[in-house]
Design a protein around this ligand. Structure first.
Ligand SMILES: [Fe+2]
Ligand SMILES: [Fe+2]
Length: 327
């Protein structure tokens, strides 16, 4: 390659980068056919994949209670909720496919442990109150994280988030309504709710990721318009939203440092156990091995469906081709 063609190549790349940066600066969307820097593509694939895996693995803790729901009504609600999460996973895998990474590849990376999912789903569900607490706190934290992502710079991701957020608000309401019903019940039911909130509060705060000072990728993700708020901002928003809801329910949030700060017009609160968070992220949470083993078994049990679908598609293709040949 001569010096002049290299220069031309560099010039073309610089022009593409300029176009990309101006799209970001105008808050317009980057679409799959647009040129994008490799780092942007990789960051998106990692983030969307982690999000998709969280939706799919997140079906397990609640799916655990479908056969033991206390009434037909609760069972119908829970079934619908868990099915919604499957749908969220599929929208997100599809968004990732527009970046050139197939769902098959992503599933392999999930079950081999190469890609992560939200640490919250590595905690067990020990009582039916957990179904309510997950809806209230876990879907509530997901909403805080995801509403700003409706404005994320990558088009297919932002559009998937708009649909997903509508369903997440339904999930949060159903969880809250379940807890409210239990709080109006017996002392034993109220104790079940409190015990469940005690277990899920801190892991819910961890869902926003490590503190900003220890989140090295945040600045670049914000510059690219992928993330719109920092982890600590979103965590604060979640705490401020949850405190009045806990009061209305009549439960105590298990944080002695939690109190209103008049000056900041926000709540002060304690820090989650970040060592526990890191241990869960590294695979040593209470249910990591079980969640992955379950997902792997479901994937392997479904191999015949994928083979049959491929064989059917191939045969349909052959039939079409031979019909065309005889025409
Ligand atoms: Fe979801
Ligand atoms: Fe949800």
């Amino acid at each position: 390659m001569t010096a002049s063609t290299t220069l031309e190549g560099d010039g073309a790349e610089a022009a593409l980068l300029e176009g990309f940066e101006s799209t970001i600066a105008h808050n317009d969307r980057i679409e799959p056919r647009d040129w994008m820097p490799e780092g942007y593509r990789k960051t998106l694939v990692r983030q969307i994949a982690q999000h998709a895996h969280s939706e799919i693995i997140g079906m397990q803790p609640e799916g655990n209670w479908i056969t033991r729901a206390p009434s037909l009504r609760r069972k119908a609600i829970l079934l619908a909720k868990v099915q919604d999460e499957a749908g969220h996973g599929l929208y997100l895998y599809s968004a990732c496919e527009t970046l050139g990474t197939s769902r098959g590849e992503l599933t392999e990376k999930l079950i081999s442990g190469a890609q992560k999912y939200s640490s919250i789903f590595n905690y067990p569900t020990l009582s039916y109150a957990d179904v309510g607490t997950i809806g209230w706190l876990v879907d509530g934290a997901a909403i805080c994280n995801q509403v700003p992502l409706c404005r994320t710079s990558f088009g297919p991701y932002g559009r998937a988030m708009i649909r997903i957020c509508k369903e997440e608000s339904f999930h949060q309401r159903q969880g809250y309504e379940l807890l409210m019903t239990m709080m109006r019940g017996t002392d034993e039911q109220r104790a079940m709710v409190q015990e469940s909130v005690d277990r899920f509060w801190w892991p819910a705060l961890m869902m926003f990721g490590p503190p900003d000072a220890e989140s090295p990728n945040t600045a670049q993700s914000m510059a690219w318009g992928i993330k719109r708020n920092t982890n600590d901002d979103l965590r604060q928003r979640f705490v401020d939203m949850s405190v009045p809801q806990a009061e209305a329910l009549g439960v105590t949030l298990p944080d002695p440092e939690l109190k209103w700060n008049e000056e900041r017009q926000a709540h002060d609160f304690g820090q989650p156990d970040w060592d526990e968070f890191m241990a869960v992220v590294r695979g040593n949470g209470p249910c990591n091995a079980q969640r992955i083993a379950h997902r792997r078994a479901a994937h392997e049990d479904g191999a015949w469906v994928r083979e049959a679908a491929l064989a059917f598609a191939a045969r349909s293709h052959d039939t079409t081709t031979s019909q065309e040949a005889t025409r």
